[in-house]
Each structure stands twice: as structure tokens, then as C-alpha cells.
Design a protein around this ligand. Structure first.
Ligand SMILES: NC(=O)c1ccc[n+]([C@@H]2O[C@H](COP(=O)([O-])OP(=O)(O)OC[C@H]3O[C@@H](n4cnc5c(N)ncnc54)[C@H](OP(=O)(O)O)[C@@H]3O)[C@@H](O)[C@H]2O)c1
Length: 297
């Protein structure tokens, strides 16, 4: 299949290029820069230059590329620019989707997030309600998801927190700095993680999955008091004291669920659907995945 991989130089994208090529796809990766285009070509794929905030040139680039499928892995999260990231989800996705549909693409696989669900006690399944009150986070993610649903065939991957090479959770990266500065709290908030290599495999497989939303998370949603010390040890950074209270949240403004010492939406997600579709992560839990990061850089 002729696949446009939007964001081919990102943490997931660069692992996904060889997976798509090995599976026999005709891959065109996107980048905004000459250096990015050169890196994609060096990885063995074709490349197209596009900035999704430039609507006219995005439409032109897609008309010239004529993909059958689009994999959307664009973010501005490498630089932790959350305002720009929301803009990518709304405006950038709109332009990417319009250009792809006009160019004749029939399917999309798009990256979303798994911490969008409303409060609950257990890890969230895909059919549970969303926490629409967290408009700043959930609104742009839902704009992305509904734009993706305009394709005849569409799969949205609600990823857990990515860890591994190129991510925030890697020796020397953002989480290491947070630990050193005493800014990560080992409290009751539950998160779901996924290794970036497993995230890339899910995007390849999703080209053949039925339409819909799929949580792509590991088997073990866990409270920060369990995973933070393991991460700190793996990254060679000091571990904070374990606390019973709220941990550093992923969004501001949500109401605290004092009875359990976490915000209600800090509950992790369930991967039963992804596993039933045949996704079998090499790193089924952060308990073994984090220690494997030790010494890498
Ligand atoms: N679920 C999660 O936890 C999650 C999800 C995503 C990211 N993150 C965190 O953020 C880190 C970096 O993520 P990432 O690799 O996805 O981020 P990134 O490198 O900032 O962005 C990914 C790709 O998006 C492209 N891009 C950005 N803005 C664009 C625009 N306006 N038009 C066209 N392309 C654009 C970039 O391409 P060029 O630079 O080549 O133009 C880049 O290759 C991750 O590793 C992770 O730690 C977390």
C-alpha cells in the first residue's frame, strides 16, 4: 500500500519507517525541513516536505503524493509545546485530512492519547465516556479523532505514556530532569505506559484493523508510587519519597478525588481490545521495560 507517514522523524515515526518498508509498503515520510527529508530518504523511504499549518502547500504535497493510507504521528511534544500540539491536533489534522481525502486516500491511522476518559476506579476501556470538562486536553484530541473518522477506514490509537529512545522517559531526557529537581511525585495517580517500539508496531498493524478507537497501553496501569521508584533507578536519578497524595497531574483544573488520593481520570487504560486484535507488546509491563533503559542514552 502507498502510505504517507506524517511525522516520519518523530519518536514513533523513525521506528515505523523500517517496519512499513519490511512489510512491503511504499512509504512516503513527511518532514518540514531539508534535513528531515534527507533523514527519511537515508532510512530508505521517499519523502515529502510539508508543514501542516500551511494549508495550501499541504494540499499540494498530498495531491502530488497520492497516498492510499495516511499514518498521522505529528506532535509538537518533542519540545513540550502543548499549545502548538493542540493546534496540530485541530488545525494541522484538519489540513492533513482534507488534503489526504482530496488526494484519494481511503484510510487513516491516527495517534491520540489514552488519558481522555472520565473518572473511574478501573483502567478505562474504549467505550467509556470521555472527560469533556478537561477541554484544553480532551477537546483537541477529540477534534483529531473526529477528523480521522471522516475516512472510509479509520483507526485511532490512544497511546499510553511513551517511554524508550527519543521520549521523555529515557536517560537524560525530561523525566530524568524532573526526578533530579524533585518534581515527580510518587503518589496515587495511575498511569498507563507503552514502549515506543510497541507503539510503532501497533501503528503498522492498525492499517489492517477494523474501524474504531484502540487503547495502546501496556498490561500494567500503575500508581506513581509504584512506577516512579523503578523509573528513577533505571534512569540513575534520585527517587522521591512515596506520598499518599496527588501526583503531578497531566492537566490542570480537574477535580481531585480525595477518597483515593488521585484525580478521578488518573486511572490508566485497558489494552484488552488491542491484544484481541493481535498486538502483543515486546514490553508488556514498565516493570521490565524501565530497567532495560538503564545505561542507554
Ligand atoms: N502518548 C505519549 O505519551 C506521547 C505522544 C507523543 C509524544 N510524546 C512525547 O513527546 C516526545 C516527542 O514526540 P514526537 O517524536 O512525536 O515529537 P516531535 O518530534 O516533536 O514531532 C513528531 C513529528 O511531527 C512533525 N511535525 C511537528 N510539527 C509539524 C508541523 N507543523 N507540520 C508537519 N510536521 C510537523 C515533526 O517533523 P519534522 O520535525 O521532521 O518536521 C516530527 O517528526 C515523545 O517521544 C514523547 O516523550 C508522548
Amino acid at each position: 500500500m502507498r502510505v504517507l507517514l506524517a511525522g516520519a522523524n518523530g519518536a514513533i515515526g523513525r521506528l515505523l519507517v523500517p517496519l512499513l518498508l519490511n512489510a512491503g509498503h511504499d512509504v512516503v515520510g513527511s518532514s518540514r525541513s531539508d534535513a528531515g527529508v534527507a533523514a527519511i530518504r537515508a532510512a530508505g523511504a521517499d519523502a515529502v516536505r510539508l508543514d501542516v499549518f500551511d494549508r495550501a502547500s499541504t494540499l499540494r504535497a498530498l495531491a502530488a503524493t497520492r497516498p492510499e493510507a495516511v499514518i498521522h504521528q505529528l506532535t509538537a511534544l518533542g519540545e513540550r509545546r502543548f499549545d502548538q500540539n493542540a493546534r496540530i491536533r485541530r488545525e494541522g489534522t484538519r489540513n492533513l485530512v482534507d488534503g489526504s481525502l482530496k488526494a484519494g486516500a481511503g484510510r487513516i491511522v491516527a495517534q491520540s492519547i489514552s488519558w481522555v476518559y472520565a473518572a473511574g476506579e478501573a483502567p478505562a476501556t474504549e467505550d467509556e465516556p470521555l472527560d469533556l470538562a478537561r477541554e484544553g486536553l480532551v477537546g483537541p484530541a477529540m477534534a483529531l479523532e473526529s477528523a480521522a473518522a471522516e475516512f472510509e477506514r479509520h483507526v485511532v490509537l490512544r497511546y499510553g505514556l511513551l517511554y524508550g529512545p527519543g521520549t521523555w522517559y529515557f536517560p537524560g531526557a525530561w523525566a530524568a530532569g524532573q526526578l533530579r529537581a524533585g518534581q515527580l511525585t510518587a503518589g496515587a495517580a495511575v498511569s498507563s505506559f507503552v514502549h515506543v517500539a510497541d507503539a510503532a508496531v501497533a501503528a503498522l498493524l492498525a492499517l489492517d484493523w477494523p474501524d474504531g478507537v484502540v487503547n495502546v497501553v501496556d498490561d500494567e496501569p500503575a500508581p506513581a508510587r509504584e512506577w516512579v521508584p523503578v523509573l528513577a533507578s533505571a534512569l540513575g536519578e534520585p527517587a522521591p519519597e512515596v506520598t499518599a497524595g496527588l501526583s503531578a497531574g497531566l492537566s490542570a483544573g480537574a477535580s481531585a478525588d480525595a477518597s483515593v488520593g488521585r484525580e478521578g481520570w488518573e486511572r490508566g487504560a485497558c489494552n484488552a481490545k488491542a491484544r484481541a486484535l493481535g498486538w502483543a507488546p515486546d514490553w508488556p509491563t514498565w516493570r521490565t521495560g524501565f530497567p532495560a533503559l538503564a545505561g542507554a542514552s
